[in-house]
Design a binder for this molecule. Sequence first.
Ligand code: IPE
Ligand code: IPE
Ligand code: MG
Ligand code: MG
Ligand code: MG
Length: 335
Amino acid sequence: MNNMQPDSTQHDDRAGVSALGGLGAQARGASGRLLPEIWMQDGAKRVEQALARLLCSEDNSETELMAAMRYATLHGGKRTRALLCEAAGALADTPAHMLDDVGAALEMMHACTLVHDDLPAMDDDVLRRGLPTVHVKFGEATAILVGDALQAHAFLTLASLDAPGNNRIALVRELAQAVSAEGAAGGQAMDLSLVGKHVELDRIVAMHRMKSGALVRASVRMGALCAIAEDTAHAALYYALDRYSACFGLALQVVDDILDATADAATLGKTPGKDAAAQKPTCASIMGLQAARQFALDLLRDAGEAIAPLGPRAERLAQMLQRAKAYLVKHAPCA
Ligand code: IPE
Ligand code: IPE
Ligand code: MG
Ligand code: MG
Ligand code: MG
């Protein structure tokens, strides 16, 4: 477990070049505007370096569990949760090395939900991030254990942060809640229970808020919690972040539902048309594609309005919305 401990020497060495202040300076164009492609690429790279560092122990000769965990985490993905965490961390002067590790914990947990989501007993998917799913490549039993171990390593990463105990407990609680029966696990159970049923939109929205929205909310809140206490002095800030992440998280899953119905395997890196084939009710199937697309755009606009009172320090959070909108417009243009 020693490899999970933060290396404070390394962090001190890196602080001058990768603390958010330094990164902000590099990521600004001549006009002083923060360049989204620069900080997002840099953030994704740093979280991948953190994942490689945190998941680096060797398998013994009989197993390939750690290799499968690295396979599940290090090959692609948009890194949306880690970048949301970084964007919220930029609301305060949060050390970049802390955000890198919290972002890595979030991406481990996200990967855990994806590996389990793809299992034969769940969505039975063979393609993820353009590669064979973990159970296809390593077998079903290993895929189950990959999810278990990634979840444990996510919490271990948070518990080992170079931060005060109450901070670490707050982060652990936040992540646990996001994947609990009230969060992703409960949402996934609901997803399976609705197969083949005709349901009202509000049930789908409730399911989406749990199965994917809860981890998005945690990503934003955990970035903020690294350096901003959730006390009465910051109640308005956390309220704004909650409204932002509720809209963003729902939009993310609505976009996923639309693209499942419209995009090809090369774009998705996943099998297209899975929701219809499995008779899953989605926002797209209930509302129709155009209405679902407009719903997602409205949610992204509402998320932007929610953080407007936070001013320029929320610039990265606003740019995450522009990124999500550009992704939707590019891959699901208006019919
Ligand atoms: C996919 O999430 C599953 C959902 C919750 C919609 P992402 O679209 O963020 O997946 P990656 O991480 O980019 O592969
Ligand atoms: C799953 O939703 C959300 C998770 C909690 C992993 P989907 O089943 O729609 O995700 P994809 O389309 O397989 O990525
Ligand atoms: Mg699913
Ligand atoms: Mg799925
Ligand atoms: Mg989907």
